[in-house]
Ligand binder design. Structure first.
Ligand code: ITT
Length: 192
C-alpha cells in the first residue's frame, strides 16, 4: 500500500522507511510536490496531526508525519517544537547547536540533561487519524561528535551509551531513538 511520508526533511526519510520495515511503498511529500504547511500548533502531537492531515487531504493517500525536537532540561524544554526553527532558513544546525551550548552556559548549570521527542501521526484522506509520542532521554556534549544522522545528532548521547547519535550506526540509533519508540507504539496501534 502507498503511504505519503509527510516530511520535507531528508534526514527523516531513511529512518521512517527503516522503522516501517518495508510494509509500505513510501512516497515523500517532496516527490508529490506537496506544499509544506505552516506548523501553527503548540505541541509535537498537534503539529504531527496538522502535517499528516494536510498531506492526506491534498494527496488522497494515507499520510504519516513526524514532529520532533530536542528539549534541554536547563532551558525549560527549549528548543522543543522550535528545534528546526533554531537552525534558521538556511537549516544551519552547526549554528543551532552552538546556540544550545551558549544558552546552557549562560545559565551557569552543569546539568546537560536533554531528551528527544517524536510525535507520529497517520491520517487517512478525509478520515480519521492516530497519533503517538516517543521519547529518549540522554545528555548533551559540546563540541558535537560524528557525521551520521541529522539535526542535533552530534551533540546527543542517549542515557547509558557512550557514542552520540552522530557517531552511531543508523541501525543502533533506530534501536533506541525517540522515533523508534514512537514507531513501536504506532505499529501496536495500527497492526495489533
Ligand atoms: P518536516 O516538518 O518537513 O518533517 P522539519 O525538520 O521541519 O521537517 P520538525 O518540525 O519536526 O521537522 O523539526 C524537527 C527538528 O528537530 C529537526 O529539524 C531536527 O533538527 C530535530 N530532530 C528531530 N529528530 C531528530 C533526530 O532524530 N536527530 C537529530 N535531530 C532531530
Amino acid at each position: 500500500a502507498k503511504l505519503v511520508a509527510a516530511t520535507h526533511n531528508p534526514g527523516k526519510v531513511p529512518e521512517i522507511a527503516a522503522l516501517l520495515d518495508g510494509r509500505f511503498e513510501i512516497v515523500t511529500a517532496g516527490q508529490l510536490g506537496l506544499p509544506e504547511p505552516e506548523e501553527t500548533e503548540s505541541t509535537f502531537v498537534g503539529n504531527a496531526l496538522l502535517k499528516a492531515r494536510h498531506a492526506a487531504d491534498l494527496s488522497g493517500l494515507p499520510a504519516l508525519a513526524d514532529d520532533s525536537g530536542l528539549s534541554v532540561k536547563a532551558l525549560d524544554g527549549a528548543p522543543g517544537i522550535y528545534s528546526a526553527r533554531w537552525a534558521g532558513p538556511g537549516k544551519d544546525f552547526a549554528m543551532a547547536m552552538d546556540k544550545v551550548a551558549e544558552r546552557i552556559e549562560a545559565t551557569g548549570t552543569e546539568d546537560y540533561a536533554a531528551w528527544f521527542t517524536s510525535a507520529l501521526a497517520v491520517a487517512w484522506p478525509n478520515g480519521p487519524a492516530v497519533v503517538v509520542e516517543g521519547r529518549v532521554d540522554g545528555s548533551l556534549v559540546f563540541p558535537g561528535r560524528g557525521t551520521r544522522g541529522f539535526g542535533y545528532d552530534p551533540v546527543f548521547i542517549p542515557a547509558g551509551e557512550s557514542l552520540t547519535f552522530g557517531e552511531m550506526e543508523p541501525t543502533a540509533k533506530d534501536a533506541m531513538s525517540h522515533r523508534a519508540r514512537a514507531f513501536a507504539k504506532l505499529k501496536a496501534a495500527l497492526f495489533d
